[in-house]
Design a protein around this ligand. Structure first.
Ligand SMILES: NC(=O)c1ccc[n+]([C@@H]2O[C@H](COP(=O)([O-])OP(=O)(O)OC[C@H]3O[C@@H](n4cnc5c(N)ncnc54)[C@H](OP(=O)(O)O)[C@@H]3O)[C@@H](O)[C@H]2O)c1
Length: 314
């Protein structure tokens, strides 16, 4: 039984992680850390949580010395380092899966997007950086045709406001979002750099947030060096994802609703310009699931040699 500690457990992704971990018979939620909800039952937030488990306000040293086999960090960007340092000092064999962007650019960590990075790389890994939600959708769109691309890819994304976390900001303020679509970080978004780095190809990314709670659609505008037929374009995705249990392919254009509350992603809506040099593909997924918690549990399971999809697909 893998003992898993969760830090940042009352957040949007933390809540989903509690649910998935509670559905597994080979992992147990050993502790759930939150300062704001310390002393309250985890069940109050996530009904699936183990009976009697209470939120605890645990600092880095507490987390490192609780005897967990694995720790999942679901903290805002910039907060992981003290936890990582304490674990490295006290219990370096502990598997760490970090959901933030803090280690996505660090070569000492495995960047865990199992369908693309390869499951073998994750086996036995102890430092795993979980990809961003938009970055997952963008890479799923681009990876199968990466070798055909010419020039920067242009990606347009829309996310529900849970993508902005629980710390109040304009991006999760329902009054500001009502009847609105909010573009933000239109150059240099973290996920733009993340995708460019891990794909080895230049990406320009335009993120937006809207008034629905969860889900992402990402539309990728791609240019090719040589003309490509629609059949050849689509066949790249069939070859890449045909055997992937969490990736569904769709001729119709994936919409937000297609990706909400499903564990995986829907990729499709392939379309190609008359000259064969410009194409579009769309991905829809749930930012809190394949964009965060599902991927983290896939990564942890693969690192530990456990069933990748238990608690994720029933
Ligand atoms: N939301 C998404 O769609 C999504 C998708 C992919 C990746 N991510 C990444 O996943 C991480 C978590 O995102 P989220 O949306 O779940 O965030 P969130 O809803 O804002 O939750 C953050 C959690 O971290 C805790 N926390 C905040 N500041 C802390 C600090 N200084 N020290 C210790 N604990 C602290 C909070 O609990 P207490 O304040 O009670 O301690 C809360 O449980 C972020 O790095 C985010 O970028 C999010």
């Amino acid at each position: 039984m893998l003992k898993v500690g969760l830090v940042g457990a009352r957040g949007h992704t933390g809540r989903e992680l509690v649910a998935i971990l509670s559905r597994r018979s080979d992992m147990v939620l050993a502790f759930a850390s939150s300062r704001a909800m310390a002393g309250e039952p985890v069940k109050k937030l996530a009904p699936e949580a183990p009976e009697g488990l209470l939120f605890e306000a645990l600092g880095p040293q507490d987390v490192a010395t609780r005897g967990a086999d694995a720790v999942i960090l679901a903290l805002p960007n910039g907060e992981a380092a003290p936890y990582v340092a304490a674990i490295e000092a006290a219990a370096p064999q502990t598997i760490i899966v970090d959901l933030s962007a803090d280690y996505r650019f660090d070569d000492a960590w495995i960047y865990g997007l199992p369908e693309l990075c390869g499951r073998e790389r994750l086996k036995g890994a102890t430092r795993i950086s979980n990809p961003g939600c938009y970055a997952t959708a963008g890479q799923l769109c681009m990876h199968p045709v990466r070798d055909l691309l010419a020039g920067a890819a242009h990606l347009f994304g829309v996310s529900g406001y849970s993508g902005a976390g629980t710390t109040p900001s304009r991006k999760n303020d329902l009054a500001a979002l009502r009847d609105n679509l909010m573009p933000y970080a239109l150059t240099g978004h973290l996920h733009e750099r993340e995708m460019s780095r891990h794909l080895g190809h230049e990406v320009r990314f335009s993120p937006h947030v809207a008034a629905f709670f969860r889900g992402i659609t990402l539309t990728a505008q791609l240019s090719f060096a040589e003309p490509v037929t629609l059949a050849a374009f689509k066949s790249r995705y069939e070859a890449a994802y045909g055997g992937e249990p969490l990736i569904a392919l769709s001729d119709s254009i994936p919409e937000i609703r297609d990706g909400q509350e499903i564990p995986g992603a829907v990729v499709g809506g392939w379309s190609i310009a008359e000259d064969g040099r410009h194409a579009v593909v769309v991905c829809a997924l749930d930012n809190l699931l394949k964009g965060a918690a599902v991927q983290a549990v896939q990564n942890l399971a693969l690192a530990s040699g456990l069933d990748e999809l238990a608690g994720i697909v029933n």
